[in-house]
Design a protein. Structure first.
Length: 144
């Protein structure tokens, strides 16, 4: 596996909101549409099931990995842009987060993050395949 709860304390203290109630929750998220504007904290967002946006099972698994603390948000972002938007690992390696007029450049992803991202994608695909095979009956699994 890729580690345990990552020091998240077993999700202790998680709040429970009744339906239609409004609350503030910090959530690690990733952009699934490269090139769109960054989220704005002054805009209300609605949390929806990932299946309403994409049917890519590896992305659903990736979101679970973020929630469990198995991957960082930045590593998950690299995977998401690779899978959802077709950005190659080389394109992601060249992507600048900051570029100042004095010549300072900060890359969006480090070499190590991209190495972890590639491994995280392998794990997400493996888990998605295992989950898919568990959802089918044994007869269906053998007939393919």
């Amino acid at each position: 596996g890729m580690g345990g709860m990552g020091g998240m304390g077993g999700m202790g203290g998680f709040m429970n909101l009744a339906p239609e109630k409004v609350g503030r929750v910090r959530v690690a998220t990733v952009c699934l549409e490269h090139g769109k504007d960054d989220p704005n904290p002054h805009i209300r967002y609605e949390i929806r099931p990932i299946g309403e946006f994409t049917e890519r099972p590896e992305i659903e698994e990736l979101c679970k990995m973020i929630a469990r603390g198995e991957v960082s948000q930045n590593i998950a972002q690299a995977v998401a842009w690779n899978v959802m938007d077709g950005l190659t690992w080389q394109e992601l390696a060249m992507k600048d987060r900051v570029r100042l007029s004095n010549g300072y450049v900060q890359k969006w992803f480090s070499y190590q993050e991209l190495m972890f991202a590639q491994r995280a994608l392998v794990v997400a695909n493996e888990r998605a395949e295992a989950s898919d095979s568990q959802e089918r009956s044994p007869g269906e699994a053998y007939n393919q």
